[in-house]
Design a protein around this ligand. Sequence first.
Ligand code: NDP
Length: 261
Amino acid sequence: MTYAPFDLTGKVALVTGGNRGIGLGMASAMAASNADIAIWGRKDAANAAAVEELSKLGTGNVKAWSVDVADEQAVIEATADTVSSMGRIDSCFANAGIGLGAPSFSEMTTEIWRKNMAVNMEGAFWTLRESVKHMVERAKNGDIGGSVVGVASLAGIEGAARNQAYSATKGGLTAMMRGIAVEHGRYGIRANSILPGWIATDMTDAAQNSDVFASKVISRVPIRRWGEPEDFGGMAVYLASDASKYHSGTTLIIDGGYSVF
Ligand code: NDP
């Protein structure tokens, strides 16, 4: 018998923030492995472009929903719509995020704090809670299994100057993932965090154009380059697949070796 766990035919993966950046990188690899893909993002044009791109990669069904994850009711309704349209959710990647910093910690406003919390912490909480609810219901009917993934950040475990609100959301997310893992293992549902390092996306646009950043930070990445969204494809396929069915409660760092140098 052939061992082919990375063929995701028949599995449905939900990726929030799947219309660009790291989310699109993960969705692309899973689409190429024939998963059915649901992406959520706020911008209709970006969603439509991503659906067109992803649809060419594999044999699965690809659909997008316009959802602001910072809106609890929108997340509840979009989860129900996704399940009813795609049939089920096997894996959920809570990836949508923003990174708002301040000139200094002392000048960080409550508004900046709350904006980061609204998308990265509450948005991830609602997204994960609704998908897990669906997976538990399924498990109680004899169909066990599921994978939920929180896309956090190295900022959640390292000191992030001028970005304490952002880093608090990411540290909180990894803690939440561990709690989800412990509570839901009995249903075959596993929960893990991915911690990206420095990745070339819209979020890091300013840093990518900074010579100081290139000489002081990117030069210290052992693999000697910015990470790319496609660098997250393999991990996404693995976590969406049955190959990871005993892998839960961990934080997976993808940073070109930056954090150990
Ligand atoms: P991008 O800015 O490139 O993309 C962000 C994605 O999130 C877009 O698809 C965007 O879609 C979506 N999004 C943002 N806000 C919302 C919202 N309120 N509701 C729904 N979707 C939303 O970011 P990255 O790809 O770089 O980041 C992805 C994740 O990785 C984030 O959680 C980020 O914190 C994390 N990360 C990134 C790092 C990096 O170096 N790039 C490093 C560490 C972690 P739309 O605009 O259409 O809503």
